[in-house]
Ligand binder design. Structure first.
Ligand code: ADP
Length: 256
């Protein structure tokens, strides 16, 4: 039996198809709510699984735009979906740190994988992918290249403002003062990590800690977060699909 999970995000759309509980196909499209991104992600995941729309027994939608996906039999909250998806990827996970395009969440899972508590920042761009996008734009560096740049840093430049607009001015001042770009990029990664670490400390950090969402792809942020929390963080290249995977798992369990 084939089921689908779709995550209609603020900046990206992700789709995962499960066949008999295992991943049969997936897709990620860099276009989120209000675009053709969800349709494309769905079509690409179907193509990857060599399946047709009529093969899908159930579909669950999650993400900021979950209510806009007309093909959903169920909607599932982002917290539930990310908890389920991350636990599938990391069976020992007790703390999930998800940093997406416009929010960051920290979810505590109990020993059975159920959500015990959570804390979320969806009010402010600092500590989210949006912060990195603004800074990458100032530096004229593609977001995917920030990690390699941060790896060349000698010393992370301090970015003390908690507000994205003020932090942007700080970055421009650092560049004007001649601070090497890699040091500035490392400072930007540390700033995201520090904001998210204070969220995580409010929930209480329990190992194993895993990271998901688009920003998890940046090893500079992952390492800065490990330093800020003092624990190792596990991650998978599929981590940005965790929400869609969780939605697909929800659809799978509901169908059985
Ligand atoms: P959403 O579901 O809100 O669209 P995602 O979890 O898909 O969020 O993450 C999207 C965010 O991840 C965007 O802000 C994007 O800039 C960021 N992102 C994607 N790739 C990278 C990368 N390699 N390094 C840092 N940030 C990244």
């Amino acid at each position: 039996m084939l089921v689908a999970g779709i995550d209609v995000g603020s900046t990206t759309s992700k789709c995962v198809l499960l066949r008999d509980g295992g991943i049969a196909g997936s897709a990620l499209v860099d276009m989120g709510i209000g675009t053709a991104g969800p349709e494309r992600a769905y079509a690409e995941a179907l193509a990857a699984a060599k399946a047709a729309p009529e093969d899908i027994a159930r579909c669950a939608a999650t993400g900021y735009g979950r209510a806009t996906w007309r093909g959903a039999d169920f909607t599932v909250s982002e917290l539930t979906a990310h908890g389920l998806g991350n636990r599938f990827l990391f069976p020992g996970a007790r703390t999930v740190i998800d940093i997406g395009g416009q929010d960051a969440k920290v979810i505590e899972l109990d020993a059975g994988g159920r959500m015990a508590s959570f804390v979320m920042n969806d009010k402010c761009a600092a500590g989210t992918g949006r912060f990195l996008e603004v800074m990458a734009n100032v530096l004229r560096i593609p977001i995917g290249e920030l990690e390699a740049m941060a790896a060349q840093a000698e010393q992370a430049a301090p970015i003390s403002s908690t507000c994205t607009v003020f932090a942007e001015s700080e970055v421009i001042s650092q560049l004007a003062a001649g601070t090497p770009v890699p040091d500035v990029v490392a400072g930007i990664c540390a700033s995201v990590a520090s904001r998210v670490a204070s969220l995580a400390k409010r929930v209480g950090v329990r190992e194993q800690v895993c990271m998901s969402g688009g920003v998890a792809q940046n090893g500079g942020v992952r390492r800065a977060l490990e330093q800020a929390l003092g624990v190792p963080i596990v991650w998978s290249p599929q981590a940005q699909l965790a929400g869609a995977l969780g939605a697909a798992l929800h659809a799978y369990h509901k169908s059985n």
